[in-house]
Design a protein around this ligand. Structure first.
Ligand SMILES: C[S@@+](CC[C@H](N)C(=O)[O-])C[C@H]1O[C@@H](n2cnc3c(N)ncnc32)[C@H](O)[C@@H]1O
Length: 283
């Protein structure tokens, strides 16, 4: 197979490059910031004690470890990801936490040959919006679930509702030209912003009983103002704008970002609005 024919090749390059390394470097802060969303998705999914669970796009493994705590040692959790650096961190953490009933596989969840009908549920925290062919990817995932199995994941609502991106983007746009707008539904963090699109993708993949529940949480960024501004410049879609700018311009963007967030700093942290869907479905 030619490299360009490989599904999701852009995402594989992206998550094995600077973006993956940034997630490793910021893993602790990211886990703390995103925790309210995985908590909501795990509650909606219902993780059975002794259950067998897949963590799709598990990244640095924070949610895989939490799923493993919930299943207990009689269960098992399979973390799947395409990012070598992020999986490296996930494996280190599982070993440090002595959670031997976790297994991590470096592979594309859209095409991986899962054991058929072997899992009770599939979970994801913001790891399933990146497939070139989402309906085919979810059909593949569904084959891994037992009859009666459940899918539950968190994905972002519209970009305009997510201040953690728009604030940094708007500051960056004072200094750099905008990127081409992505086509609606294109692989990326906001691919599943439209509920009708999510329902259509999952329906075509064979899932039933599809529900989407809006969940809003302030994303809490702890630390000094300058430190938070630097982290925000590395996060999410705005980071692409900022990372591509010349170094002196990048410096000015981070300074302006610090100025923009300073009035909202409560001495310890700032809160930025974040809006997600908690999606559930039956296999
Ligand atoms: C936004 S990050 C979220 C990581 C992790 N779930 C978390 O919340 O910390 C998206 C993750 O999805 C992974 N990913 C993207 N496309 C994938 C695919 N086709 N198969 C498996 N993982 C994928 C990326 O490598 C990345 O780790």
């Amino acid at each position: 197979m030619e490299a360009q024919d490989q599904p999701n090749s852009d995402q594989i390059a992206f998550w094995n490059g600077d973006a993956g390394q940034r997630w490793v470097d910021d893993q602790e802060a990211m886990d703390a910031t995103l925790a309210p969303f995985d908590e909501a998705a795990m509650e909606a999914l219902g993780v059975p004690k002794g259950g067998e669970v897949i963590d799709l796009g598990c990244g640095c493994g924070g949610t895989t470890l939490e799923l493993a705590r919930r299943t207990g040692p009689m269960g098992r959790v399979l973390g799947i990801d395409i990012s070598t650096p992020m999986l490296g961190r996930a494996r280190e953490r599982a070993s440090a936490a002595s959670l031997g009933h976790t297994l991590f596989v470096n592979t594309d969840a859209s095409t991986y040959r899962f054991e058929a009908q072997a899992f009770d549920c599939a979970f994801s925290r913001f790891g399933v919006m990146f497939f070139d062919r989402p309906a085919a990817a979810f059909a593949n995932i569904r084959k891994a679930l037992r009859p009666g199995g459940r899918l539950g994941f968190a994905c972002w609502r519209a970009l305009a509702e997510n201040e953690w991106v728009t604030l940094a983007r708007d500051v960056a746009l004072r200094h750099v030209a905008p990127l081409e707008p992505a086509r609606p539904g294109a692989p990326g963090p906001f691919a599943f912003a439209e509920p009708a699109h999510v329902a259509s993708v999952l329906g075509r993949a064979g899932f039933t009983g599809i529900t989407l529940r809006p969940v809003d949480h302030a994303m809490r960024h702890a630390g000094e103002v300058a430190e938070i501004a630097a982290t925000m410049a590395r996060m999410g879609p705005a980071s692409r704008l900022i990372a591509d700018a010349p170094e002196n311009v990048r410096g000015r963007i981070v300074e302006d970002l610090a100025e923009a967030i300073a009035p909202r700093h409560d001495g310890k942290a700032i809160d930025l609005a974040a809006a997600a869907w908690i999606v559930t479905a039956n296999a």
